[in-house]
Design a protein. Structure first.
Length: 314
């Protein structure tokens, strides 16, 4: 945007291309912990063997989309309000949780609530399947040595497991998610993600990981970029929202990819999914409820649980 601003003001752009940086795998080679990598691989194995996704992709719709060249996916958007964001910040400060952990907990409960709605507004006798949230994290400030100021797409991934029951409360879930994330940071699992990924792809269990059918493992992967911390006002206009129009990660990496961040004190929401009536319906149902819980935090209290979300704000 800085370059565009120069052009609009009649000045010459600054032609100073950034130097080519090493790959993410190379930058994270400093992190060595074979025992932890093996533990991470075993955790993934347990997940492959036992996970039941709440919203598996409709395979006919997935096949129809894959047959197209180029492949197309769909993005569902939503916008918040300044009032909603102000109330959210106040509530999170009062409860001692971050906006990120509150949002992740709201996303988990929104998925669980939609799942319950589709089972006749009753929790099934077998319970709600464990919900996995694969959290992306920026590694530029975590790797050693620091790469300094540069243009770089360098992210790691860690998973959070949530078991939702009738007694699960939103703020208890947010606190548990916070503990799981802190444990991942303390154990340096983020830069080790690449070693884990390589072992999953080429190691002794590679055949198990590669045999996982598309659309049956990763869903509603959220971004950790909660705010747009850059200049928004220019002489020629103002950036009031940010959205994504697609993602190469969907559905190859995750069934749905969710971006939500504040711009000028207003939350913007985008969820990318595989196109098709059923796949888009899953996203709309979960996203609409998630946005409601984030934007109308004045309706949330310490006792708010998954059953309260079944008719939230109605």
């Amino acid at each position: 945007m800085r370059q565009y601003d120069l052009l609009m003001s009649g000045q010459e752009v600054e032609l100073s291309p950034a130097k080519v940086m090493p790959s993410a795998e190379e930058l994270c080679q400093y992190a060595h912990n074979d025992e932890m990598v093996e533990k991470m691989v075993q955790t993934k194995l347990d997940r492959v063997r036992n996970q039941q996704v709440l919203f598996p992709l409709n395979q006919e719709e997935l096949a129809a989309q894959k047959s197209q060249i180029p492949f197309k996916n769909r993005t569902v958007h939503a916008m918040g309000t300044g009032e909603g964001f102000t109330k959210l910040r106040a509530l999170c400060k009062k409860q001692g949780v971050t906006i990120g952990c509150y949002s992740f907990a709201a996303l988990v409960l929104a998925q669980a609530a939609v799942y319950i709605r589709r089972h006749g507004y009753q929790i099934p006798d077998e319970g709600i399947p464990t919900i996995y949230t694969d959290v992306l994290a920026n590694l530029r400030t975590r790797i050693e040595p620091s790469p300094g100021e540069c243009f770089m797409f360098l992210i790691g991934e860690t998973e959070v497991r949530s078991r939702v029951t009738q007694e699960t409360r939103l703020f208890d879930l947010a606190a548990d998610i916070s503990k799981q994330l802190q444990s991942a940071f303390d154990e340096n699992r983020l830069p080790l993600f690449f070693s884990c990924k390589e072992e999953m792809e080429t190691g002794k269990h590679a055949d198990i990981f590669t045999s996982v059918p598309a659309g049956t493992m990763y869903e509603f992967m959220p971004s950790n970029q909660m705010s747009f911390n850059y200049r928004t006002k220019y002489p020629w206009g103002e950036i009031t929202s940010t959205h994504t129009i697609g993602s190469f990660w969907c559905p190859l990496v995750s069934n749905q990819v969710l971006l939500f961040q504040s711009v000028g004190g207003v939350m913007c929401y985008s969820c990318v999914c595989c196109d098709g009536e059923n796949n888009v319906r899953d996203v709309r149902d979960v996203l609409e409820l998630f946005v409601e819980v984030v934007e109308h935090s004045e309706l949330v209290c310490e006792e708010t649980g998954v059953l309260d979300l079944l008719d939230f704000n109605n």
